[in-house]
Design a protein around this ligand. Structure first.
Ligand code: KG4
Ligand code: ZN
Length: 346
C-alpha cells in the first residue's frame, strides 16, 4: 500500500520515521503504528576497522555525511514523504555524544519543519522493543536478554516500556565487547563478533576450557576474566601453536561467552517464573547464541539479524510507547552518553 499523500489513509495508518546514530551505523526507518516495517535502512561505516574500534569523531563526521541520503532512502523505500509522517522518533542515548547529536539534530529539524511531535527513545528500550515489531509481535510478559557491544542486561518485561525491571547486567565488559576483544587477540578485524563466529565454525569448542564466571552467582555478568584467560592461553601456546589452533581458540572462547549468557538466562527464568524469552542486541545475531537459546525449550523470540544489530526500526517501535514531545517543546532536547540517565535503570 502506498502512502503518497492520501490523508485519509495516513489517519488510519500512522507512520513513524525513526533515526538511530548512537554508534557507527547510520540508520533510518519507517514503521507504522501497528509495528509494520515499511523500510529499514542501515549504512555501516567501514572506516573504523583500521583503528580496531569506533572513533567517535570519525563516526560523527560520517553520520553527518550519510544521514540525509539514509533518510531519503528510508522514505523512498517506504513510498512516503515527510508531510505524510505522524511522528519522528530518535535515539537520545546512551551512546557516543557526538554521534547521537547528529541524529537528534536531524530529527529535530525534520520534525520542526513539519511541526510534528518527536519521540525521544532510549537505545536499550529500542533493543527490547524490536520484539514488538510485526508481522507477529512478541508481547509481554517475558524475560529479555540484551547483549550488544555496549551493554549486557537481563530484564523482566511486563509492559511495552520504557521502564523495565533490570535483573542483571555486566560488571565489566559487555558480551559484544568480549567478542570484539577476543577477536582482536586472535588477529581479526573490527567488529570482531561476526569474524570470530566465522573462524569458530572450523574449530572445536571443547578444545580449551575458558571461564564463564559461574561462581559469581546471581544474575550479573562478567567477561573481563575470560578475555584475560584467552590472552594468557595465546601466550602459553606461543605464536606458531596459537596460529595453528586459532579456530579451536575461537570456538572455545565463543562457547564460553554463549554458556555465560545461558547460565544467567536459566537462573533468571527460574527466579522470575517467566517461561518466555526474547533475545536482542548485536550478539543475538550470533548463530551459536541463537541455537543455544533455542535449545532451552521455552517460548523464544529472536528477531531477524538486521533487527538484532543497531537499526532504526527498533527505535520507531519503542517510539510508540514513550511520552512524545509536541512542537516546539523538543527544540532543547539533549543527548546522554551513559546509562545513568537511561530509562532502563536498576
Ligand atoms: O547492538 P549492536 O549492533 O551495537 C551496540 O549497541 O553495541 O551490537 C554490536 C556488537 C559488537 O560488539 C559486535 O561484535 C557484536 O554485537 N556482534 C556479534 C555478531 N554480530 C554483531 N557478536 C557475535 N556474533 C555475531 N554474529
Ligand atoms: Zn545497540
Amino acid at each position: 500500500m502506498a502512502y503518497g499523500g492520501d490523508r485519509v489513509d495516513s489517519e488510519r495508518f500512522r507512520v513513524i520515521l525513526a533515526l538511530e546514530t548512537s554508534c557507527d551505523d547510520t540508520c533510518a526507518a519507517v514503521v507504522t503504528e501497528q509495528g509494520e516495517i515499511r523500510s529499514n535502512v542501515i549504512s555501516s561505516q567501514g572506516v573504523h576497522d583500521r583503528y580496531g574500534g569506533v572513533v567517535p569523531e570519525i563516526a560523527s563526521r560520517h553520520h553527518l555525511e550519510l544521514i540525509g541520503d539514509v533518510v531519503d532512502d528510508a522514505l523512498r523505500q517506504a513510498g512516503t514523504s515527510l508531510p505524510d509522517l505522524n511522528l519522528v522518533a530518535v535515539t537520545c542515548g546512551p551512546g557516543l555524544v557526538a554521534a547521537l547529536l547528529v541524529g537528534v539534530a536531524t530529527a529535530k529539524g525534520l520534525a520542526a519543519a513539519h511541526e510534528l511531535p518527536l519521540a525521544p527513545v532510549d537505545h536499550l528500550h529500542g533493543h527490547v522493543a524490536a520484539a514488538f515489531l510485526g508481522p507477529v509481535p512478541f508481547e509481554p510478559p517475558f524475560l529479555t536478554l540484551i547483549a550488544s557491544g555496549g551493554h549486557t542486561l537481563l530484564a523482566s518485561v511486563s509492559s511495552h516500556g520504557p521502564d523495565y525491571e533490570v535483573l542483571g547486567q555486566t560488571l565489566d565488559d559487555a558480551a559484544g565487547e568480549a567478542f570484539d576483544k577476543g577477536a582482536r587477540l586472535l588477529g581479526l578485524g573490527y567488529p570482531g563478533g561476526p569474524a570470530l563466529e566465522r573462524l569458530a565454525r572450523d574449530g572445536d569448542p571443547d578444545a580449551f576450557e575458558f571461564p564463564t564466571a559461574r561462581r559469581l552467582g546471581g544474575l550479573d555478568f562478567s567477561f573481563a576474566g575470560l578475555k584475560t584467560a584467552l590472552l594468557y592461553r595465546i601466550r602459553d601456546l606461543g605464536p606458531d601453536e596459537a596460529e595453528r589452533l586459532r579456530a579451536d581458540l575461537a570456538a572455545s572462547y565463543q562457547r564460553a561467552i554463549v554458556e555465560s549468557l545461558v547460565i544467567r538466562v536459566e537462573r533468571a527464568l527460574l527466579q522470575t517464573g517467566l517461561e518466555r524469552l526474547s533475545v536482542g542486541g548485536g550478539v543475538a545475531a550470533n548463530g551459536p547464541v541463537r541455537d543455544r537459546m533455542r535449545s532451552l525449550g521455552i517460548e523464544l523470540h529472536v528477531p531477524p539479524r538486521e533487527l538484532c544489530t543497531d537499526n532504526a526500526a527498533m527505535i520507531a517501535s519503542a517510539g510508540r510507547f514513550v511520552d512524545v514531545l509536541s512542537y516546539p517543546d523538543y527544540l532543547d532536547l539533549d543527548v546522554y552518553a551513559t546509562g545513568e540517565r537511561t530509562l532502563i535503570a536498576r
